[in-house]
Ligand binder design. Structure first.
Ligand code: NAD
Length: 452
């Protein structure tokens, strides 16, 4: 039997013992996960540094802090989330117990992506543990060092049978996908998302697909352009643009394009110095393959800022492309790198049309002082999330369901939403009394019996 098969078999058997049912057990595992993140901070940061050149503080800010907050929330709220939830009754059930009882689904497969290898892989695990499931964790092979550290160290803290880490590449992921799970939680590209769903269909396994896409960012000419550009510069170039919810491209009127470029240039210098290549907080593209992919997307584009690169280090400078058209190469796929194209439009309605001619994105961003314009853009477009006047921060609000729609994914998570996503919601308990009131529903349905 392969490693994957052994892990799946052990996790399922262990789940079947009922070990995960008591909330006390789940709380203990969550505390262990929190302890893992605290005690192994240095190992995690070193792995991420090797994977993508990120600083220790950057890893703490963008990987572990959010995870810790999610675990603390689950520790505080688990009893409430797992408790029966009474619902409104109807005439037929007036004297019965009608409530929703969340119960574990069983064995969950979590497939992570490489761009935030810890946050993306372990955040669904928080909900999986809280909901009482077993989970096979498959970190991305692309963030190799993080995957190795996860495989070595996580079993020292969590129940080894219930939460195994299975490493490996595409072949290993495909092998796992051929096995039976009770839910698959996948984060990655839309292309692979379709393959995951195909495999899941063979076992009628439900899926959560956290995918990507091209998230547009409309800048209204009447907004505070310096503040808007500062927030956009941060949201775009953090993690070298390798963020699923990074603004992929800007839409704005031609009259403000040069101001936008000027402001973003100023911010790049302020955030990453005149030479981002030697600046500690500016990371690298994950590998040569992705480096070449991003470089190829820039071909034929007019560089307004940046454009420098060094293949030997997988370095691409924060770059802005101007006067880009919808037909250009860079607009054909999610950029997932530090390249920001600007497309000029005549106003918000053309921006809406441009967005709606494409796949539904993970986020629609808008910067404007006009509430009416913001609401208009929200009403006329569809996307996983919608954020006005800032970037990325909706990801940090545990109360908001985070996820895509259409090509950017299905299902959502964070906080209680992860708990619900990885639970099955059931039940209705009837009494055996008051049988007389049921008389009408049993045949024969005569007019006399019905009182007609
Ligand atoms: P990746 O290459 O690490 O792939 C993700 C996972 O899919 C890995 O675990 C890998 O083993 C598996 N995989 C790859 N090819 C496969 C195949 N042919 N069959 C089965 N499994 C396979 O990551 P990626 O896809 O390059 O990730 C980047 C994408 O993920 C971007 O589109 C980004 O927007 C998206 N993303 C989305 C979110 C979100 O929360 N919505 C978060 C992060 C990344």
């Amino acid at each position: 039997m392969s490693r994957g098969e052994v892990a799946v078999q052990r996790a399922r058997r262990s789940f079947q013992t009922g070990k995960t049912k008591p909330l006390g057990f789940r709380l203990q595992q969550l505390k262990n996960l929190l302890r893992f993140l605290t005690e192994r901070k240095k190992d995690i940061a070193a792995a991420v540094k090797q994977d993508m050149g990120k600083s220790e503080l950057g890893t703490e800010l963008f990987e572990t802090l959010g995870l810790e907050a999610e675990i603390r929330l689950a520790l505080e709220k688990l009893a409430e989330w797992a408790a029966p939830r009474p619902v409104e009754k109807n005439l037929l059930t007036v004297s019965d117990e009608v409530y929703i009882q969340p119960e574990p689904l069983g064995l969950v497969l979590i497939i992570g992506a490489w761009n935030y290898p810890w946050a993306i892989t372990l955040q669904p695990l928080v909900g999986a543990i809280a909901a009482g499931n077993a989970a096979v964790i498959k970190p991305s092979e692309v963030s190799l060092h993080s995957a190795k550290v996860m495989e070595e160290l996580l079993p020292l803290y969590l129940d080894k049978d219930l939460y195994p880490v299975v490493t490996g590449g595409v072949a290993e992921t495909q092998e796992l996908l051929s096995l039976r799970f009770d839910h698959i939680f996948y984060t990655g590209s839309s292309t692979v998302g379709k393959l995951v769903m195909e495999s899941a269909a063979r076992h009628l396994t439900p899926v959560t697909l956290e995918l990507g896409g091209k998230s547009p960012c409309y800048i209204d000419k009447d907004c505070d352009i310096p503040v808007a550009c500062r927030r956009i510069t941060w949201g775009k170039f953090v993690n070298c643009g390798q963020t699923c919810i990074a603004p992929d491209y800007i839409l704005c009127e031609a009259s403000i394009q040069s101001r936008v470029i000027e402001e973003i240039t100023k911010n790049i210098k302020e955030f990453y110095t005149d030479n981002p290549k030697t600046f500690e907080d500016y990371g690298r593209i994950i590998n040569k393959q992705h480096f070449r992919r991003v470089m190829a997307l820039m071909e034929g584009g007019e560089v307004a800022v940046g454009g420098e690169s060094d293949e030997s280090e997988c370095y691409i400078a924060p770059t802005v492309l101007k006067d880009v058209t919808g037909e250009s190469k860079v607009m054909k796929e999610e950029i997932f790198g530090p390249v920001l194209p600007i497309i000029t439009v005549s106003g918000v309605d053309e921006a809406i049309q441009f967005i709606n001619e494409r796949e539904k994105p993970l986020v629609v961003y808008v910067f404007s002082n006009k509430n009416k314009l913001i609401k208009h853009l929200m009403a006329e477009t569809s996307s996983g999330g919608f954020l006005a006047n800032d970037c990325l921060v909706h990801f940090t609000v545990s109360a908001l369901p985070f996820g895509g729609v259409g090509n950017s994914g299905m299902g959502s998570y964070h906080g209680r939403h992860t708990f619900d996503q990885l639970s099955h919601l059931r039940c209705l308990i009837k009494q055996l009394k008051m049988e007389r009131v049921n008389a009408m529903r049993y045949p024969p349905h005569t007019a006399r019996k019905m009182g007609w």
